[in-house]
Design a protein around this ligand. Structure first.
Ligand code: GLY
Ligand code: MN
Ligand code: MN
Length: 279
């Protein structure tokens, strides 16, 4: 599904052409998609299920989609790639930050670690990266503690998966992702973390950091002078229209670490560009 999307996407094509094609692949190979396909050049709109944009040269496409097996086990994978097959310098800079956050977070997965700490590790990498490109400033340890990075990374790092894409959450998100050792935060961003508790062998979960430029949120925070000491608004405003980048994989926690599930799907800038440019 993801490779087909990379190969078929091109400027001038409507998103539904790609989302319909990949949904067809899921139907051909199993029980269909595990959740409604999220495929949009407006990737900054989280859980955006509209597929009506005509994709343009210079756009980034977020493809968050997965198939369900005949036994109803769900997959949930995201790749973000350039519609024209080549990331611009600006897109590449932000992509590399998200990729580092995702790969370092995956590397940290092992039994005994709190998923909340893995989320905070990813948040810190995102904040440090954004400081390097001039979008944040000041002490990034303090910025993450106070939640300033959530302007760009407003959701949780991941969630449990299994016979549903957000496994058993209808039973109660806090009953699944939290326990007596960890309370849900009320801070914007961290509050939306669906899984926070200590990892155990056998857990299957997603790692899905992202960086988004959400025009209304940027304007709202700027107007309220929120975190002016950490956010370089005059530079952030230049990214309005950029969209969003998310990278997501599904991971099994093993006795001694973790294993990324499924066949590898291109993820580095080089591998994604090569796949986008191949027929
Ligand atoms: N596809 C929904 C999610 O990533 O949680
Ligand atoms: Mn997803
Ligand atoms: Mn997910």
């Amino acid at each position: 599904m993801h490779i087909t999307a990379m190969k078929k996407t091109a400027p001038g094509i409507i998103e539904s052409d790609i989302s319909g094609t990949i949904e067809g692949i899921a139907l051909c190979g199993g029980a269909g998609v595990s959740f409604p396909v999220i495929l949009s050049v407006r990737g900054e709109i989280l859980h955006n299920h509209s597929h009506s944009n005509i994709m343009q040269d210079g756009d980034l496409l977020v493809n968050d989609s997965g198939a369900e097996s005949m036994m109803h086990y769900a997959a949930d994978i995201t790749r973000t790639f350039p519609v024209n097959g080549k990331y611009s310098l600006k897109q590449k800079e932000v992509y590399e930050i998200v990729l580092k956050a995702q790969m370092d977070a995956i590397e940290a997965l092992k039994p005994g670690i709190m998923y909340r700490d893995v989320h905070l590790l990813a948040a810190r990498i995102i904040a440090d990266g954004l400081k390097e490109v001039g979008l944040m400033k000041g002490d990034m340890e303090e910025a993450v503690l106070q939640g300033a990075h959530a302007l760009f990374f407003p959701h949780g790092l991941g969630h449990m998966m299994g016979l549903d894409v957000h496994d058993m959450e209808n039973y109660g998100e806090d009953l699944i992702g939290y326990d007596e050792t960890v309370q849900r935060s009320d801070q914007f961003g961290l509050a939306y973390l669906r899984l926070a508790k200590k990892l155990e062998p056998g857990f299957v979960l997603t790692v899905e950091p992202g960086i988004y430029f959400i025009p209304d949120l940027i304007n709202q925070w700027k107007k309220a002078k929120k975190f002016e000491n950490f956010i370089e608004y005059k530079n952030v405003e230049k990214y309005i229209g950029f969209g969003g980048i998310r990278i997501e994989d599904d991971i099994l926690v093993t006795e001694d670490g973790h294993r990324v599930l499924g066949r590898p799907i291109p993820k580095t800038v080089h591998d994604v560009e090569t796949m986008c440019q191949s027929l």
